[in-house]
Ligand binder design. Sequence first.
Ligand code: PRP
Ligand code: URA
Length: 209
Amino acid sequence: MSKVHLIDHPLVQHKMAIVRDVKTGPKEFRELVDEIALLMAYEVTRDMALEDVEVETPMGMAHCRMISGKKIGVIPILRAGLGMVDGIVELIPTAKVGHIGLYRDPDTLQPVEYYCKLPTDIGERDLIVLDPMLATGGSAVAAIRFIKERGGKNIKLMVLIAAPEGIAAVQAAHPDVDIFTAAIDERLNDVGYIVPGLGDAGDRLFGTK
Ligand code: PRP
Ligand code: URA
């Protein structure tokens, strides 16, 4: 069974309170989603391997450690996952960015794929799938399945808000994928929105419906 990591750092929780607020406008919403993603990336990448290096400072040699081994790939689920990319790439400039286009059919709530472009060396990268909302889990389960079908192996899922239903769905379908979230909310409403959640993340990021 995969693990669920609830990121309760005060800075993350403070920003989550503002991002949820119905009065927060699109400019501030976008900035906050980016900032929260950047802060969460510290926890998501905590297990990256390090190697010893010797660095010459102006005063002598320092024994230091640098990231070694596998490289990172970040894969936002379009559209709303795009709002989390810049924050992470700011922190990890060498990360490659893949894209998976999915939308939830409003009647069936089933994910429909419309785009997929992934790094060619996907099997050699540690992959972080990004989406602000994990509701029924249908989108994340499908996106992770597409990634695995194309050779992705080491996958983590990073979301801002998860519903218990979405967590259960991802854990059932992908027990190897750890979930990192800044909040676990109460439930879904009868049209599949997270309550209390933050509303429609894509609409709030981009101002379109
Ligand atoms: C939202 C959200 C997730 C999905 C979550 O996207 O960004 O991708 O719903 O719901 P699920 O867990 O029930 O699948 P949406 O389908 O609204 O598309 P958008 O990002 O283009 O707005
Ligand atoms: N997608 C969203 O953007 N918000 C929700 O609450 C559920 C799915």
